[in-house]
Design a protein around this ligand. Structure first.
Ligand SMILES: Cc1cc2nc3c(=O)[nH]c(=O)nc-3n(C[C@H](O)[C@H](O)[C@H](O)COP(=O)(O)O)c2cc1C
Length: 367
C-alpha cells in the first residue's frame, strides 16, 4: 500500500529519517498487547495482523514481548527468550519486511504486575519491592512480589540483553525497551514503588540505575542505533506513579543521550490511565528538547492533533494505538481524510485468532 499516494501534504505523511531508517511517514504502530500468543509462542495469525498494518517505510513496534520465564503477567503474551519463540517470530518479521515496514520488538518484564500462576514453580513475581499491586485492581488477584536481591539485578539486565540479541536473530530491525506503564523498569524508576536502600533505590539517579544498566547492556549488544526506549513518567498505571515526573522525564531523556539511543517514545501526561484522556498542565516539551534522538509521542492522538504536533515540531513521530488497531490502513485513511472504523474495546484482549484482530475492514478491499 502506498500510504502517501496522492496525499503527501499532511505533516503526518511527510518522510522522516530516523537514524539509518528512511521512514516514508510519521505514523507509528505502537506496541499493543493482544493475548493471542498461546503458551508465549508468537502465532502464524500474527503474520496477517502485522502485515495488514505494515506500509512501505512505516515503523511498527511489536506488542510487549517477555524477556524471560518470570516476565509474564497476562495470558498468552509472546516471549523472545527461547529458540522456539525466536523461530516463531521469523515469518512474522519477514512478512512486515516484505511490505517494506521497519519492525522493532518491545522487550518487557512485568515485575510485580503478575501472579503466582504466571511464575515458574508458582514463585513470587519479582520487583524492586515487596509492596504488591492491590489485589483486585483491574479484576486480578495480583500476588505479592519479592524484591530482587542486589546481586540478582545483573541477571535480569542480562535477560534484556539476550532478548535484544534474540530479536535481532529473529530479524527485527531493533528493540524498544519497555520502561513504561508500571512494569518492572518503571517500578524501579518511580518513588511510589521503589523503597530500596541499596544503590538501586533512594535518589533519582539510583532509581534510574536499573533502567540505564539495561539500556547500556542492550546498546552494547546490538548497537544503540537499533535501540529505542518507552517511558511514561507522568502515568500511574498499576499504582506506579512518581512524585516528581518533571524531574524524572528530563533526567532520563538526558541520560539516554549518553548512549546515543535511536529514539525515545513517551506517553503523553494526559494519559494518566491507560485508556482515558485527562486535562493536564504538563507536556512532553521538556523531554522533547532534552533528547537528541528521534522523539515519538503517544497517547490520545487523532489526525488533527498528530498533524499539529508534527507541524509545530513538538515531536518527530506520532503513535496511534487504538486507531491503528481498528484501522489497518490508518495512514491511507488519514491521507484521504476518510472515516475511521471504531475500535471495540471488548475484543482487545480475547484469545481469538481473528475476531477484534484481523477482521477490521480496510477502506477498499485490497485487490
Ligand atoms: C489493547 C492495548 C494493548 C496495549 N499494549 C501495550 C503494550 O504491549 N506495550 C505498551 O507499551 N503499551 C501498550 N498499550 C498502550 C498503547 O501502546 C498506547 O500507548 C495507548 O493505547 C495510548 O495510545 P492511543 O490513545 O493512540 O490508543 C496498549 C494499549 C491497548 C489499547
Amino acid at each position: 500500500m502506498a500510504a502517501t499516494a496522492g496525499a503527501a501534504t499532511i505533516p503526518l505523511l511527510t518522510p522522516y529519517k530516523m537514524g539509518q531508517f528512511n521512514l516514508s511517514h510519521r505514523m507509528v504502530l505502537p506496541p499493543l498487547t493482544r493475548n493471542r500468543s498461546y503458551n508465549n509462542i508468537p502465532q502464524p495469525h500474527a503474520i496477517l495482523y502485522y502485515s495488514q498494518r505494515a506500509t512501505n517505510g512505516g515503523l511498527l513496534i511489536a506488542e510487549a514481548t517477555g524477556v524471560s520465564d518470570t516476565a509474564q503477567g497476562y495470558p498468552d503474551t509472546p516471549g523472545i527468550w527461547t529458540k522456539k519463540q525466536v523461530e516463531a517470530w521469523k515469518p512474522i518479521v519477514d512478512a512486515v519486511h516484505e511490505k517494506g515496514g521497519i519492525f522493532f520488538c518491545q522487550i518487557w518484564h512485568v515485575g510485580r504486575v503478575s501472579t503466582f500462576g504466571f511464575q515458574p514453580n508458582g514463585e513470587a513475581p519479582i520487583s524492586c519491592t515487596s509492596k504488591g499491586v492491590t489485589p483486585g485492581l483491574d479484576g486480578v488477584d495480583w500476588s505479592p512480589p519479592r524484591p530482587l536481591r542486589t546481586e540478582e539485578i545483573p541477571l535480569v539486565v542480562n535477560d534484556f540483553r539476550l532478548a535484544a540479541r534474540n530479536a535481532i536473530e529473529a530479524g527485527f530491525d531493533g528493540v524498544e525497551i519497555h520502561g513504561a506503564n508500571g512494569y518492572l523498569i518503571d517500578q524501579f524508576m518511580k518513588d511510589q514503588v521503589n523503597d530500596r536502600t541499596d544503590q538501586y533505590g533512594g535518589s533519582l539517579e539510583n532509581r534510574c540505575r536499573f533502567a540505564l544498566e539495561i539500556v547500556e547492556a542492550v546498546a552494547n549488544e546490538i548497537g544503540a542505533e537499533r535501540v529505542g526506549m518507552r517511558l511514561s513518567p507522568y502515568a500511574s498505571y498499576m499504582e506506579t506513579g512518581d512524585s516528581n515526573p518533571e524531574a524524572l522525564g528530563p533526567y532520563m531523556a538526558k541520560a539516554l543521550n549518553k548512549f546515543k539511543l535511536l529514539y525515545l517514545h513517551v506517553i503523553e501526561p494526559r494519559m494518566i490511565k491507560i485508556n482515558d484522556k485527562y486535562e493536564t498542565v504538563h507536556s512532553l516539551l521538556q523531554m522533547r528538547s532534552a533528547f537528541e534522538g528521534t522523539f515519538i509521542s503517544a497517547g490520545g492522538y487523532n489526525r488533527d492533533e498528530g498533524n499539529k504536533a508534527v507541524a509545530e515540531s513538538n515531536t518527530d513521530l506520532v503513535a496511534f494505538g487504538r486507531l491503528f488497531l481498528a484501522n489497518p490502513d490508518l495512514p491511507k485513511r488519514f491521507g484521504l481524510n476518510a472515516p475511521l472504523n471504531k475500535y471495540n474495546r471488548s475484543t482487545f484482549y480475547i484469545p481469538d485468532p481473528v475476531v477484534g484482530y484481523t477482521d477490521y475492514p480496510f477502506l477498499e478491499v485490497p485487490a
